[in-house]
Structures are given as C-alpha cells and as structure tokens.
Write a protein that binds this ligand. Structure first.
Ligand code: VG1
Ligand code: CO
Length: 543
C-alpha cells in the first residue's frame, strides 16, 4: 500500500462554527476541499496512529462520496481501525455513543444537522473527541488555523469500499469495520430507560407519531418505537433517510415542521408526537393542540431525572445555554442542583459533563442531553418523555402545566432573521454592543432595563474564555432579550433574538406566547435599529 502526499493549497473559508464546518454542497465538492479539511483535523491531533476512528453521517447528498475520501485519508494517516455505520449512516448521538463504546480516539460525523440537504443544500463535517463530545473550542480553533496553511494531505489509492455489507476487511494496517447503525444505540437506550414500562403504555392503546422528517432517525425510530416498544406500525412517519430529505428543511420546530403541528391540531391527533432533525440530535414534543417549548422541556426533564434509576447516583448539576430560559434554574434550585450557563453550542457542555459537574443539559433550540453521551440526543429525549407519561399517566399538556403551577411560566420564543446581509448584521451587533453602557435604567413602555451586557464565559474546568457570545438585556421584571448571530449557516447571516417573559399568576398561564412577548419584540427592534439596518420588519422563523 503506497501512502501518497498530495500537494494542496489552503481554502480560507474552512472556519468551524457553532457545530463544525457547514458549507454549500457546491463549495464542498471543490477538488481537495474535504481532504484538506479532514487532514487539518488529523494534523491538529496527536497520537491517533493505531487507534480507532468512528465515521458516519446523516445520509444527506454527498455523504457516501465524502466517506470514501475520508476512509482513504484515515488509512493513510495510520488509524488502526475505522468503525463505519452501514451505508455511511450514523446519527450524531449514535456516533457519539460508539466513540465511547469502541474506545475510539474520536469520530467524524458528516452532517449539516438542521440545514437543508440535496445537491443545492448544505453539507457539514464535525469532529468529536474520545469522550464523544464535540471538539472543544481550543481544538476547533486549532483545526481552523491549520486549514489556512495546509500544503499537503496523505491518501492512498483504494477501490471503493462497500459500505452496505456488515463486516470487517483490512487495508494496509487498518481494519475497516462496517457495523449496524442502530443496534448499539438501541441497546444503550434500553440500559437507560425501562422499556417494559413504556411498552405497557402502548399496550393500553396510547398513540404516538414520530416524524423523522426523511432524515437520519428513521431507522432508529422504527426499530425503537415500533419494533421494541410496540407503538403501532406507521407511528414513525417520513422514516426513510433521503439525500435531500424529500425537500423538507429538517429542523423540528413550529415553522419547518408545521405539518406535524397542524396534524396535532386535527381530530386525527395522536396522544403524543415528536420530531427530530437531520442528524437526530434535536427533538420537538407535541401533545394534541399543544406544543412544549424546549426550555420548558428541559426543566421538566430536570424535575423527573431522579425517577430514572440510571441517574440515581449521578444526578449532579444541570447546564443550559445562555439563550435558554431559566425555567430549568427554578427546578434545579428547588432540587438543590447547581446550574451552569454556557454559550450556545454543545461543545461547551463537554467539559462539565466530563468533570461530572452536570448530568443534564439543554438548549432552547430543541436540544437536550445528559451524561449518557456527550452530544444532544433527540430519541433519548423522546424516550424520557414517554417514561414521564407512562409513570404519571398524565397528558403532555398536563405535565407542562404542572411545571407552570409549581414555578410560574416563562414565556419563551426565538425569532430568527435568516439570510441577512452579513456586513449589515455585523454592523447591527457592533452598534448594539457599543450602546450597552447607555442602556441600563432606560425605560421602554414600562419595561426598565436593569442590566445590559455581552455574555462572556469562562469554562470552570479548562479556564478557557469565550467572549462576545450574545448581547443580553435584562429587565427589572426579569424579562430578557438576547441577541446573537448564528454560527451554523452556510451563507449570509442569521440574527437570532430570544425573548423570555415571566408570569407568576395562574390566570396568565394560557396566553398566546407571541402576544405576551410582543412588547419585548418592539423593544428589541428599537434598541438595535433592526428595520433600518436589515431592511426587515419580521423574522423568517418563529419558534
Ligand atoms: C444553532 C442553535 C444551537 C445549536 C446549534 C447546533 O446554532 O442555536 O443552539 O447548538 O444550532 O445544532 P446557531 O449558531 O445557528 O444559533 V444542530 O442540531 O444544527 O447540530
Ligand atoms: Co442536529
């Protein structure tokens, strides 16, 4: 086997964002693009020779071609074993679990997650470290830096590896192992949750809909919910992963999965519905005519965590990303758990999980996870919800209302302004940042600003500092506005504006979310000069 050094020139745009590299397919298809990036990952790591690398993706367009390239580079870089999901398929949580189970050095996950797929869509590459956590910021920075001066990558000539057949073959000194994508993950879920309990729920006639949105969770959900748990056949819909997700934007939220929301408002509605995203790490929970906000969902999971024996001895603290509402803080305070507030993105939870400071974490963007694996995990969250419903016998709505009655309700919504001109979006943030000292004590329509700051985070374990993570305006009545630019897009800029407003009186628990936050929306537009600077009056996505 001849290892070749191929001369290359750097691409200047291979910068890792909130969750790895995300680019248009047309960009990724440029000659040497994938190879440069993957070699830059390996060049930023030490001591992987002879070790195991997990590889898989969400099945989107270009998944198979990219995997064949990565196999060659990984073999040439002398990995000892490559563990690859059958047909190149692995959900993000399944890949994270395999990294730990196979004691791998790390893993490469091919996904642009919730971004659209297909030949005109997005492609993405993420690297997870040996704990199964996303590359921490320091490593992500090192990889980005390496892409800027890379001048060669290592590869070999190799015929295409057949990824449809489970089994092992040896190439040079590397074993290539193709494994079933679902079984290890499904076994692990059975260690965490009481499947008999959930089965009894379905035996009593409980109905559910799980919408895989033509993305990676299809085979996982069919096997776990229908085969193992006894949900009626057909409960899992859009269950075949398609390279373009059937034209669907695979982001489970009120805008991009309106069809499921509408179905749950109809008289066909099932007792429970859930959906997941492109790579299977997000989840949305619905009941008949009822939506569970992800910030509330995290608080609910925190409340029931001690009822799951798997966590009995490990329930330490909880963490949430800063834009996530403080609903979980209220539960944690009552239970005596510390709360950590991190910047957006799962990479900030890894060190806390590793140091056992937290056992549960989540984000307002439909992500939750726990110490069971260090990525967010959509199917895990759905199994957790099914466990709660089976244990309590309550409806989805009732479970959520109990949270409000115990602690009050934090009305929460995120408005995203997608496809903005990047320069204008940056200007908006810069102007807002420079106006921060003038904002405290200012009053808008009866809402008085108490604090105005740019969120900065010092990792309590590593000491790493991440600054400029989002501008926060906190009001005297505890309402909050957060504004930041997205780091997962592949073109233009997306401005995210997060709103929280607390209501303590039960007569205010069933109001319309958008109506409740409306005064804050007006304030956010005023303070940022949003309309003049972006030309937009309304967001493109409301969740
Ligand atoms: C978004 C979400 C963030 C999430 C990230 C990755 O990032 O806001 O909470 O961690 O996507 O999720 P941004 O920078 O666009 O706001 V996934 O499911 O796309 O890996
Ligand atoms: Co995702």
């Amino acid at each position: 086997m001849d290892i070749k050094a191929v001369k290359t020139t750097p691409f200047q745009d291979q910068i890792l964002g909130t969750s790895g590299l995300r680019k248009k397919v047309s960009v990724v298809r440029q000659t040497h693009y994938i190879e440069n990036f993957v070699q830059s990952i390996f060049d930023s790591l030490d001591g992987f020779e002879g070790k195991t690398l997990v590889i898989g993706g969400d099945g989107r367009f270009y998944n198979s071609q990219a995997i064949q390239m990565i196999i060659k580079i990984a073999v040439a870089n002398q990995f000892g074993r490559l563990v690859i999901g059958q047909n190149g398929i692995l959900s993000t949580p399944a890949a994270s679990h395999l990294i730990v189970k196979k004691q791998a050095f790390g893993g490469i996950i091919l996904s642009a997650s919730h971004n659209p797929g297909g030949s005109d869509g997005d492609f993405g590459i993420k690297y997870d470290i040996e704990t199964g956590a996303p590359a921490p910021q320091t490593l992500a920075d090192a990889i980005s830096a390496r892409t800027k001066n890379i001048d060669r990558y290592w590869t070999i000539d190799l015929p295409e590896i057949d990824l449809s057949r489970i089994g092992e073959q040896t190439v040079g000194s590397t074993v290539i192992e193709v494994i079933d994508s679902v079984s290890d993950y499904a076994l692990y879920m059975q260690e965490i949750f009481d499947f008999n309990l959930i089965r009894s729920l379905f035996r009593q006639g409980f109905t559910m809909t799980f919408d895989s949105m033509n993305a990676v969770t299809g085979p996982y959900a069919k096997y776990i919910f229908e085969t193992l748990l006894g949900a009626a056949e057909g409960s899992v819909i859009r269950a075949t992963p398609l390279p373009d997700f059937g034209g669907v934007h695979p982001e489970p939220n009120l805008t991009y999965n309106k069809s499921l929301v509408d179905f749950m408002k109809s008289d066909q509605a099932t007792d429970f519905a859930a959906a997941s995203d492109g790579d299977g790490d997000r989840y949305m929970i619905l009941g008949p005519s009822f939506f569970v906000n992800p910030s509330d969902s995290l608080a609910i999971l925190a409340g029931y965590m001690d009822q799951i024996p798997f966590y009995a001895s490990s329930m330490s603290g909880v963490a949430r990303s800063m834009p996530t509402s403080a609903a979980v803080d209220m539960v944690a305070r009552q239970k005596g758990f510390p709360v950590f507030e991190t910047p957006t993105g799962w990479k900030f939870f890894g060190s806390l999980l590793g140091a056992r400071k937290i056992a549960l974490c989540g984000e307002e963007s439909f992500g939750a996870g726990s110490s069971h694996l260090y990525e967010k995990d959509g199917i895990w969250a759905v199994l957790f919800w099914l466990t709660i419903l089976a244990k309590t016998g309550l409806s989805v709505q009732r479970v959520n209302e109990e949270l409000w009655h115990a602690y009050g309700r934090i009305y929460t919504s995120t408005h995203s302004y997608e496809d903005l001109d990047s320069a204008k979006a940056k200007l908006l943030m810069e102007q807002l940042r420079s106006s921060l000292p003038t904002l405290p004590q200012k009053e808008y329509n009866g809402f008085k600003i108490k604090e105005a700051f740019d969120f900065s985070y010092t990792d309590p374990i590593t000491g790493d500092v991440a600054d400029k993570q989002g501008i926060c305006l906190v009001f005297e009545d505890h309402s909050r506005i957060v504004m930041r630019l997205s780091g997962t897009g592949s073109s233009g800029a997306t401005l995210r504006v997060y709103y929280n407003r607390f209501m303590g009186d039960p007569k205010d628990f069933s109001r319309d979310v958008q109506e409740v936050i409306e005064p804050l929306v007006t304030i956010s537009k005023d303070v940022s000069d949003l309309k003049a600077l972006t030309g937009r009056e309304y967001p493109t996505v409301i969740t």
